[in-house]
Write a protein that binds this ligand. Structure first.
Ligand code: SF4
Length: 61
């Protein structure tokens, strides 16, 4: 079963993460400008954030 992985090395970590806003279940949170954290208990693996992040920092694998 796939799970959402945050590739922190791909994230410039210098901006509000736009993918936080597209998650339909509020599974993504961000502290400051750090790479976002994913709550795997909430994530339904829909892939919206994966498609939205231009840096490909969010991956279902
Ligand atoms: S895969 Fe979907 S449910 Fe999971 S964190 Fe990304 S947008 Fe939210």
């Amino acid at each position: 079963m796939k799970s959402l992985v945050v590739k922190t090395a791909h994230c410039p970590q210098n901006h509000p993460c736009p993918s936080v806003e597209v998650c339909p279940v509020g599974a993504l949170t961000q502290k400051g400008f750090h790479a976002p954290d994913v709550d795997m208990n909430k994530c339904i693996k829909c892939g919206k954030c994966v498609n939205y992040c231009p840096m490909r920092a969010l991956v279902l694998e």
